[in-house]
Design a protein around this ligand. Structure first.
Ligand SMILES: [Cu+2]
Length: 154
C-alpha cells in the first residue's frame, strides 16, 4: 500500500469517528422531543378536564363512551350539560372528534366537539319519557352501544 493510500484510510477513519458525536446529539434531541410531546399530551388532558360551568352536569365523552351515560331531568326544566372531550387528535377513528346528538323528537340538540375541547349547552325537555342521545362522530356512531346515553324525563 502506498503512503498516500494509507493516509487516505486514516483520514477516512477520523471522519467516521467525528460523525459519532453528531449522531448521539441527534439521538438525545429525538428522545427529548418524544418525552416533551408525551408530557404535553398528558398535561393538556388534565387542563381540559376542568369544567367551564360548575353548575352544569359535567359529562365526558371519550372512545369508551359518555360518562355519565344516564341523566335525569324534569319536563319543562332547563338541562345544562358541560361536555368535555379529553381525546387527542391522535385517535385514528374520527380524529378525536365526538358529538352529542338528541334527535328523538324531544329536542333538537346537535353539538360537535373538537379534540381536547369542551362546550356548555342547554335544552328544555318538554315531554316525560326516555330518550336516547348518541355520538355519530366515531366507532360506528349511533349503532355503537357505548356511544349512546339515556335521558330520563319525569
Ligand atoms: Cu364519539
Amino acid at each position: 500500500m502506498s503512503k498516500s493510500k494509507k493516509l487516505k484510510k486514516i483520514m477516512l477513519k477520523e471522519k467516521q469517528t467525528k460523525k459519532l458525536p453528531y449522531m448521539s446529539i441527534l439521538f438525545v434531541v429525538i428522545i427529548i422531543a418524544i418525552f416533551s410531546s408525551a408530557a404535553y399530551i398528558v398535561m393538556s388532558r388534565t387542563v381540559s378536564q376542568e369544567p367551564l360551568d360548575k353548575d352544569a352536569i359535567k359529562m365526558t365523552i371519550t372512545m369508551s363512551g359518555f360518562q355519565p351515560n344516564v341523566i335525569r331531568a324534569k319536563a319543562g326544566e332547563l338541562v345544562t350539560i358541560n361536555l368535555i372531550n379529553p381525546d387527542s387528535s391522535m385517535h385514528t377513528d374520527g380524529g378525536g372528534v365526538h358529538s352529542f346528538k338528541l334527535t328523538s323528537g324531544l329536542a333538537n340538540v346537535n353539538v360537535t366537539l373538537q379534540p381536547e375541547s369542551q362546550k356548555v349547552f342547554s335544552f328544555t325537555p318538554t315531554q316525560p319519557g326516555e330518550y336516547q342521545w348518541y355520538c355519530d362522530s366515531c366507532c360506528g356512531g349511533k349503532e355503537n352501544p357505548s356511544m349512546v346515553g339515556t335521558l330520563i324525563v319525569a
